[in-house]
Every structure is written in C-alpha cells, then in structure tokens.
Design a protein around this ligand. Sequence first.
Ligand code: NAI
Length: 361
Amino acid sequence: QAEPIRVVVTGAAGQIAYSLLYSIAKGDVFGKDQPIILVLLDIPPMLPVLDGVVMELQDCALPLLREVIPTDEVEVGFKDIDAAILVGSMPRKEGMERKDLLKANVAIFKTQGAALDKYAKKTVKQLSSNLQRIFREEKSKSFWYKGHHVSRQVLVVGNPANTNCLIASKSAPSIPKENFSCLTRLDHNRASSQVAIRCGVSSDKVKNVIIWGNHSSTQYPDVHHAKVDLHGAEMGVYEAVKDEAWLRGDFISTVQLRGAAVIKSRKLSSAMSAAKAICDHMRDIWFGTKEGEFISMGVYAAGNSYGVPEDLIYSFPVQIKNKTWKIVDGLPINDFSRAKMDATAAELVEERDTALDFLSQ
Ligand code: NAI
C-alpha cells in the first residue's frame, strides 16, 4: 500500500472540520487506497475540544487513518504536509460585515503562509537540478516523486477566502502560486443544484456552471455556458429553463445570498455543505476534472484571458489534470456577464488593497 500522505486541517475544532475530517479520513478525497496522517491545527483554547475530535476519529475505526496529530503550533501543523486545508478563521456571524473580519484574518493568514513557506515540503521545482534529474528518471516508479514532492496543495476556506488566500500565498514565496486556491465550489454546487431543482433533474445532470470572482454576495453565478441533461437530451441551461427573468434575477440572488440565508435560518454558517464542497474541490485537484467539464475555484488571475486584474485570487472556470489547473479560456462573455464580472473584480481589488495595507502595518 502507498505511503501515508500528511494532510493538515486548520480550524479543526470548528463546525466545518467536524464534517470534513470524517470524509477525508475515510478516503473520499485522496482515494480509497491512500493512507492518511491527519494533522489538526487550532488555537490553544480549543485544544480540549480537539482531544474530543481525536477520540471520535479513533472511534470511527477507519482503516486509512494512520495517525491523528492535534496541535496549536504552526511549526508542528505545517511540517512536511502534502495538503493544507485552511478553514480556521473567525466565522461571520449574522449582521457582521466582511471587512470587520479582514484585519484579524490578514494576521492569521500571514502567519500561516509564512509557516507553510518554512515547514511544508519543498516541491521538485525547488530541489537542486541534480535531484530533479534523478526524480525525472525515477518518475514512473517512484511514488515519492509523484505523490509527495509535486503536491503541497493549499486550499483556503476561511473567509474572506479569496483575499486570505492571496495573503497566504504572498507570505509563502517559495511555494508556487499555482499551488494555492480558494473555495468557491460551495457556490458552484449551490448554482448547479438550483438549476437541477428548477429542471426537475438530479444535480449530476447539470455541468459547467461558473462562479466568477469573489466568494461574497458580489460573486457572479453564470449559466451561459452550462448544460443540462434533460431526460437524455443535453441542452443549454437557458434553453432548458426557458425563463430568462429567473436566470438573470432570482437564480443569481439566491446563489449570491445563500450563505446569509443559511446563517439566518441556522444561526450558524454553512458547514455540512461547505465540507462537501471542500472534498469536491480537493478531490478534483488530486484526480482531475472530468473530460469536457469544468468547475469553479479561486485561483491566481495572472495570465487570464478575461481582462480580470492579475494580482487577485478570482474564481474562474478551471480544468485540472496532473494536479495542475488551467483557466478555461475564450468563453464568449456578453455585456450582462461583463458588468457582473467587473463588479466582483472591483470588490476584490478593494479588499486586496485594504488587506495589503494591514499586511504592511
Ligand atoms: P467555526 O467557528 O465553527 O470554526 C472555526 C475554527 O477555527 C475554530 O475552532 C477556531 O478556534 C479556529 N481558529 C480560529 N483562528 C485560528 C487560527 N489562527 N489557527 C487555527 N485555527 C483557528 O467556523 P466554521 O463554521 O468551521 O467556518 C470556518 C470558516 O470558513 C469561516 O471563516 C467561514 O466564514 C468560512 N466559510 C467559507 C466558505 C467558503 O465557501 N469559502 C463556506 C462556509 C464557511
């Protein structure tokens, strides 16, 4: 059997982690044959809670779970990790503005980015050229090369996710920017599900919805390029739904405001669905997206073909192969979409500039 991979989840005593850890530990994300060492990072007052989580994970008796390491130290938390899922931050409570969270979170993600930079495994790209040559020669037979040194993926979930991801990446200059992404898969799943419910089909019959921009209420859920399999006939969503007013109105606002609606109702932010989306996101990074399909994730905007400002983590349609994502280029964008893509970009630029001010203080 393969060597275990080391996965750290921050905010491990929180409510998202409570759903997420079980799914990871039973093989939903990294595969049913991949043993796992789970590292649980949280802040000191939460250590007693983490002990309970460790006990429960042990009590699940999961064969893939080789070790669980609870810690409140970033040096331990990020040491030699293959994948980091950064969930821990201060969650937004009802009525709380996103900006209120920004300052505290810049401090958290600066520290964690710097710790990733220092303690996480180095990728092949940063090893000496001699070692790189040896790894290339060994490539086909060595799990070590394939499984460990080329991975070191960092997924940021804690809000404001896009900007936290940018700050973490800027604070970890030795890790390639391509290894950082932020979660907009929950919004993507919400959009797919809304269309599926409207069409009376299961959610797997809807593909290629897009979330553009920020994981906030300015995000733009776009179905111009999405397809529905309507009882065996594949067609565009506009054609299937036959209700442009809904698609341009309530559909968009429902997806944009879904997080707030869940908070209003549950008095807690989305957790089960967030954990599911994290699994979808990471699994697609590990195993790739399906042929002919794309998913949404927040990635570096550098080199995009949509005129989005470069120094942002912006949600795009992406395809993934060999743990490498690529923005889907060249989709036609109409004026309606353009305005919404620009509005969410403007919000991200403002958020970034405020965050960079905090970062330099
Ligand atoms: P929670 O409050 O239940 O758990 C957060 C945990 O993070 C707590 O245990 C807390 O002690 C810990 N934490 C705080 N600072 C930390 C630090 N510096 N290092 C390690 N751990 C730290 O919150 P919940 O519901 O699990 O949500 C976590 C985050 O995910 C929130 O920021 C929330 O807004 C965000 N979120 C993002 C979504 C997305 O789609 N991007 C969707 C849903 C939630």
